[in-house]
Write a protein that binds this ligand. Structure first.
Ligand SMILES: *Cc1c(COP(=O)(O)O)cnc(C)c1O
Length: 507
């Protein structure tokens, strides 16, 4: 299929394009329906990898041929997070309603920077619906963004200008003196980036110790604030986390809010993982969330919207707008025509031209309802506890942390190999993560907890079922001995049980 005779980029033959479009939709629905029967992920073959090295095509091959390339070289080697046993880092699997909405959003192609059109009303409604879902004031200001990294950056930017005043915008940080932002040692790395980008510097981010359950130690936070004040450093904001990236721990938001109120600190809550717990049976975990001055949420994690979409909510709309609003003549708003409209989203963040991310969230909430999203959280939480119970009862597995939200941290520690020291166990488990990934059975990732390597299983996936947990445990049993043989083949001490002969447990 080549370009139209009129020189546009439209197809010359709409019927041929329609046939291709139907085929694309059929292929994608087939994938969704049968995805479970395929490996989660495949290592890229060398010839596929090098096939992406070619030069810029000056002449096109047509949409059918280009789509054949997509099918051959991209689709089979994608990340795999649409599969039921993708439990790496923390991601949602995406939902089919959102997949369809993305197609419609792409065709309409509206610019969500502002203007008076229905897509803007859709985003405004999504902001209100999400605020309602998490128990935040529904008149809060909000903006859909690429994810929680951007939402956290915007929250902290509003804190910076609200606390330090408008001269931050005109003069930068010169003359404001040293400031500090507080968060637990388990805080996500994006907050360090925010402090760097906002000119506060990494050193401004105070990492406060955590309790045994990996939640923020609020007494230690109070001490850190007092120490900074004594040293002439101005406390600016505290970041509490509802669902940490390592273990899913939810800070005591009420206690942090009490301290923030007492000390006059801006309270920002990073709810990338657990921010929507208010829809689940564990709403009690996020009591106090509504007291945040700003709140970062992710829709593409536990809420399962196709990547990418996150949300920042700010209680004080004027403070939010005062941080970002710049209205040059060519963006002036009108009272009639397309340049009308109450809310121009470009005044609330970094982007001017913005995509229609809102539609996939809006259509899913309309189609499935908020309660179905809460039920996914309850189901995946139950799966995490099922896995944790299996680990606790297993002679060769050890749990590394309490289950937070739906995250389980564990390690393989074979019974009868008391000779393996901590470094060797770290190496065994690092190898085990790679073997599991390469097996195609599941994707899990690693982290470090109190200096020890943990296999991290972040379920967060609406497609996972109990059989998937069984298969995963069986896979650890199968590949664990291989990881030991690869990494620590040293003969066990005479008192330990013999390792299986090589090849006794084929992959
Ligand atoms: C994932 C995550 C982030 C970053 O969110 P993105 O959507 O990946 O940008 C921030 N904080 C926490 C706690 C997270 O889990």
């Amino acid at each position: 299929m080549s370009g139209a005779a009129d020189g546009s980029l439209d197809p010359a033959d709409w019927n041929a394009f329609r046939a291709l479009a139907h085929r694309v939709v059929d292929d994608m629905v087939d994938r969704l329906e049968h995805r479970r029967d395929e490996p989660v992920w495949r290592p890229l073959p060398d010839d596929v990898r090098t096939s992406f090295d070619g030069p810029l095509p000056r002449t096109g091959i047509g949409a059918e041929a280009a789509y054949a390339e997509v099918l051959a070289r991209v689709v089979p080697y994608s990340m795999g997070n649409d599969h039921a046993r993708f439990w790496g880092w923390y991601m949602g699997a995406g939902h089919p309603v959102g997949n369809l909405a993305d197609l419609v959003a792409s065709v309409l192609n509206p610019n969500m920077g502002g203007g008076d059109h229905a897509p803007v009303l859709v985003e405004q409604q999504v902001v209100r619906w999400c605020a309602e879902a998490v128990g935040y004031p529904t008149d809060a200001s909000g903006l859909l963004v690429s994810g929680a990294s951007e939402a956290n950056l915007i929250g902290l930017a509003v804190a910076r200008s609200a606390v330090l005043g408008p001269t931050v915008r005109s003069d930068g940080l010169a003359g404001t003196g040293r400031v500090a932002v507080y968060a637990s040692a388990e805080v996500h790395s994006c907050h360090r980036k925010s402090c760097e980008v906002l000119g506060l510097g990494e050193a401004a981010l105070r990492l406060v110790p955590v309790h045994d359950d990996y939640t923020l130690d609020v007494d230690a936070l109070a001490e850190a604030v007092a120490a900074d004040r004594a040293a002439g450093i101005r406390p600016l904001a505290v970041v509490a986390t509802a669902g940490t990236i390592n273990t899913g721990a939810v800070d005591d938001l009420d206690a942090v809010a009490d301290l923030a109120a007492r000390e006059g600190l801006w309270l920002h809550v990073d709810g990338a993982i657990g921010g929507f717990l208010g829809l689940s049976g564990r709403a009690d975990l996020v009591r106090g969330l509504a007291r945040a001055d700003s709140l970062a949420l992710d829709l593409h994690k536990w809420m399962q919207a196709p990547i990418d979409v996150g949300l920042v909510l700010v209680r004080d709309e004027a403070a939010h707008r005062a941080t970002f609003s710049v209205v040059p003549a060519y963006l002036r708003h009108a009272t009639r025509g397309l340049a009308a409209g109450d809310v121009w989203f470009n005044e609330y963040g970094i982007d001017l031209t913005r995509g229609f991310r809102a539609l996939k969230v809006w259509m899913a909430l309309l189609a499935l309802g908020a309660d179905a999203h809460g039920a996914v959280m309850d189901r995946t939480t139950a799966l995490a506890h099922t896995l944790a119970d299996r680990v606790d009862a297993h002679p060769d597995l050890e749990r590394m942390a309490p289950v937070g939200c739906d995250i389980v941290c564990l390690r393989y520690r074979p019974d009868g190999r008391a000779d393996l020291d901590d470094e060797e166990l770290d190496a065994v488990n690092r190898e085990l993560v790679l073997l599991v990934q390469e097996s195609g059975v599941a994707i899990v990732t690693e982290t470090t907890l109190r200096g020890r390597l943990a296999v991290r299983v972040a379920i967060g996936n609406h497609r996972s079922v109990p059989d998937d947990v069984d298969l995963f445990v069986a896979t650890l049993e199968r590949l664990g001995p291989e990881a030991v043989r690869t990494v620590a083949p040293a003969a066990p001490s005479p008192s330990a049980a013999p390792t299986p002969a090589p090849g006794a447990t084929p992959r």
